[in-house]
Design a protein around this ligand. Structure first.
Ligand SMILES: C[S@@+](CC[C@H](N)C(=O)[O-])C[C@H]1O[C@@H](n2cnc3c(N)ncnc32)[C@H](O)[C@@H]1O
Length: 292
């Protein structure tokens, strides 16, 4: 599994593990159906969330569908989940459209969300999950369709929604310039022929959920906070996670900022990363609730 997207999402797991808001998670656990649930996760990537919810004892039975537009990621998810399960002595069976982890069936569905909502689908889910995803789509446009994927009274857990603030420390004279461009890029992005997210998704989602008749029953921050430990090394693969974040910022900003200040900013951040001096914080929000 050498694909850049795969390694980034695998590296992101330990960052998300720390960040996910525990009170919102408790609310999800309270609302989780007692019987084996049907769970749908949109923009699921590699499937690290199903592994996490299994590890945390939240979902261990039933059916869990990973929906993603990226066929490579879904292919890699089979390998990643197998390796993850083997490390825990968990039985894995291969299925034509996914795999079985103990008593949990994991199905892999390759689809672009907008097309999936337009074209119809199978039985509605009891639980709908989106992690680090809603800031990549046009939320007001997709929310009604997303809720139709849930049974009436079904539960949603929308987590790691970016909310307009990235902090890199120590301060750099070009931080504001680069961050303004980074956010402008998010606010004007088009993917798969559709508007693709915005830089203040987290704060706007609160009222968008209310307007859709599904007010949050629990909400809280889920900021990413990443820094090196005592010996100057970043935990797990988090140096790679940070390197990818820096590339993402560069790619977003490069059409909007003069090359010289961007190059100076990037070189300084890369030096700090190599020296274990870089602190990164991204402000994000989590929400859980029920559809009507
Ligand atoms: C930031 S990643 C998050 C992945 C996973 N939820 C996680 O937290 O590890 C966003 C994911 O959404 C997928 N994605 C982006 N736009 C999509 C769309 N319009 N329809 C379906 N999947 C999409 C990408 O392929 C990617 O796997």
């Amino acid at each position: 599994m050498t694909d850049a997207g795969t390694r980034y999402l695998a590296a992101k797991k330990s960052v998300d593990d720390r960040a996910l808001n525990r009170q919102v998670l408790e609310e999800l656990c309270r609302m989780m159906p007692a019987r084996a649930p049907r769970v749908l996760e949109v923009g699921a990537g590699l499937g690290t969330m199903v592994a996490r919810l299994f590890e945390w004892g939240v979902v261990r039975r039933g059916e869990y569908t990973l929906l993603d537009v990226d066929s490579r990621l879904l292919r890699d998810s089979r390998t990643w989940l197998r390796t993850w399960a083997a490390a825990r002595g968990l039985r894995v069976d291969t299925l034509p459209d996914g795999l079985r982890l103990g008593e949990l069936t994991v199905r892999l569905v390759e689809a672009e969300l907008g097309e999936y909502l337009d074209t119809g689908h199978g039985e509605p889910a009891h639980v709908l999950i989106a992690n680090a995803f809603l800031d990549l789509v046009d939320v007001p446009a997709v929310l009604p369709g997303l809720f139709r994927l849930l049974v009436p009274g079904g539960v949603y857990w929308f987590t790691i929604n970016y909310d307009g603030e990235s902090v890199f420390q120590p301060d750099h004279r070009h931080d504001d310039l680069v961050m303004r461009a980074y956010h402008r890029h998010m606010d004007t992005r088009v993917r798969y022929g559709r508007t693709a997210g915005e830089s203040r998704t987290g704060r706007h989602l609160f009222h968008q959920l209310r307007a859709a008749g599904a007010p949050p029953l629990s909400s809280g921050s889920s900021d990413w906070v990443v820094h090196a430990g005592r010996h100057g090394t970043y935990p797990d693969d988090e140096a790679h996670f940070l390197d990818t974040i820096l590339r993402t910022v560069r790619d977003a900003a490069r059409d909007l900022v003069d090359p010289a200040p961007l190059a100076e900013w990037l070189a300084a951040r890369r030096r700090q990363l190599a020296d274990g001096e870089l602190l990164y914080v991204a402000h994000q929000l989590d929400f859980a609730g029920r559809r009507r």
